[in-house]
Design a protein around this ligand. Structure first.
Ligand code: G1P
Length: 320
């Protein structure tokens, strides 16, 4: 299906260690924050303009050279997989009509990567979900991309993370700075400067501790874990040894912290680009507006409508 896997299985970083070539997208969650919209539609399929969130995430993996994507799915979520399948009946209709543009758009998801799935039968936490990837990824390093956030394609993050992991062989994270009042929504880390030989990759820090969703008064910093990870295969054993933590769930943060205390190096790239968080209604709306405003086809018209709307709203009208 894709040309990527063939090209990239032999990709080797400067150190001689191979770059991770598989990605895992945990997408089995219930999405209670979006009910009732997500009663029958997986939140990963909510549209951002005309593409579902999940397609942006798979495109981010593909852009980083990853051609093998494992979706961790659950009950009621099979339509996610259909999005990446061919749709011969629809394609034939578009071909008959000579609509080449829509035909390409319909085919594109199926051309991005090889898509595999595994089911997480009960939702016991992010660490628990990632544990289901073991038989697919084996003992090789792999990337994890959370199913409700993505970064701007022109400000990529994953390539540097893959390079960093190939050099350290350990756990690689990405951080973004949050308002100290918001630490209880994220994994939060304490850090120190990274070894000098790693700093050519980007703004790299060495992690000295991680805690999942601390209260602001307990947070070791305001550096939050972004939903991108590159993990060594030994994470699976650590997940098995991880007890339920924050929210009674088996947390990936706790499994990574366990590896760190046992001597696995943990580094992170501080990401200063644009992160879109579609996991909550407000972030989702912000994402739609930003991406729509930047689209070549409708951006100009949308921006001028938006400017008018804001102006009228500030003046006390509805703008519509
Ligand atoms: C998850 C992780 C958390 C991370 C966050 C990023 O939390 O557990 O460490 O900071 O994603 O979005 P969730 O959003 O699933 O509650």
């Amino acid at each position: 299906m894709s040309e990527h896997s063939a090209n990239l299985s032999s990709t080797v970083a400067a150190t001689g260690r191979p770059l991770a070539v598989k990605a895992v997208i945990p997408a089995a969650g219930l999405a209670t924050r979006f009910l009732p919209a997500t009663k029958a539609v997986p939140k990963e399929l909510l549209p951002v303009v005309d593409r579902p969130v999940l397609q942006y995430i798979v495109e981010e993996a593909t852009q980083a050279g990853i051609g093998d994507v494992l979706l961790i799915t659950g009950r009621g979520k099979t339509s996610m997989v259909d999005h990446f399948d061919r749709r011969p009946d629809l394609e034939a209709r578009l071909e008959e009509k000579g609509d080449a543009e829509r035909l390409a758009a319909v085919r594109r998801p199926s051309e991005l990567a090889e898509i595999y799935t595994v089911r997480q039968p009960e939702q016991l936490g992010l660490g628990h979900a990632v544990g289901y990837a073991e038989s697919h990824v084996g003992d090789q390093p792999f990337a994890v991309l959370l199913g409700d956030e993505f970064v701007k394609l022109s400000e990529p993050l994953l390539p540097a993370m893959l390079e960093l992991q190939a050099r350290t062989g350990g756990v690689v994270l990405a951080f973004f700075e949050v308002d100290p009042a918001d630490t209880k929504r994220y994994g939060i880390a304490s850090v120190e400067p990274a070894e000098s030989e790693l700093t050519d990759i980007g703004e790299v820090v060495k992690v000295t501790g991680m805690v999942e969703k601390p209260k602001p008064e307990d947070a070791p910093s305001n550096l939050a874990v972004l939903g991108r990870y590159v993990l060594p295969g030994k994470i699976f054993d650590a997940i098995r040894r991880t007890k339920p933590g924050s929210g009674g769930e088996i947390q990936l943060t706790d499994a990574m912290e366990l590896l760190r205390t046992e001597g696995t190096p943990v580094h992170a790239i501080v990401y200063r680009g644009t992160r879109y968080d579609t996991g909550m209604p407000l972030g989702y709306l912000q994402t739609v507006v930003q991406i729509a405003a930047e689209r070549d086809d409708l951006g100009a018209e949308f921006r001028s409508w938006l400017a008018e709307f804001v102006k009228a709203d500030a003046a006390g009208g509805s703008g519509t």
